[in-house]
Design a protein around this ligand. Sequence first.
Ligand code: GRF
Length: 185
Amino acid sequence: MASGSGSNVENIARFFEEHHSIKVVAVLTNKRDAYVIDRCNKLNISVLYFNRFAYSHSDIVLNLLKGIDPHLIVLAGFLWKVPENIVQSFDGKIINIHPALLPKYGGKGMYGRYVHEKVKESGDSESGITIHYVDENYDEGNIIFQARVGVENIDSVDDIAEKVHRLEYEHFPKIIEQLLKDSNG
Ligand code: GRF
């Protein structure tokens, strides 16, 4: 599930392109003009769009997901909180990537550039990524993996963003692969 530029989606899809047992089946999005849709068009990945009502006030998205029956649901730049009906039906099967070292700089409104701005403002000497299970609260599920990167005083917000993105591209597909291997014994 993604609603942004989709560079992680593309990176994950390319990583699994030739994989013998893992495949990106579909991308679900709540933004009709998200760049991730253009990427999926080029990658020949199915895209499904839903609005707030289908997502939070009906079982439509839940049933859609049940129909797809994924082994893992990956949030890659998806901002809406996952509703209870979906969290409960896919317990332990939904993961998210957060562009900071949780529990720092998480929660509602803490995404993308806002996170890197906070890291810069706070003068932290490091940032990183957190891959975690998703529960009903923003950025609070159990942590699966973290990777760190040094932040220098001279680094701009864009520099921090770039460093963190590099970590995402390096680790996210591998963690997904590991989780799927583990879940299949
Ligand atoms: C990533 O930084 C990810 O950590 C966060 O949203 C961003 C998505 O970027 N959850 P992209 O759409 O994959 O380029």
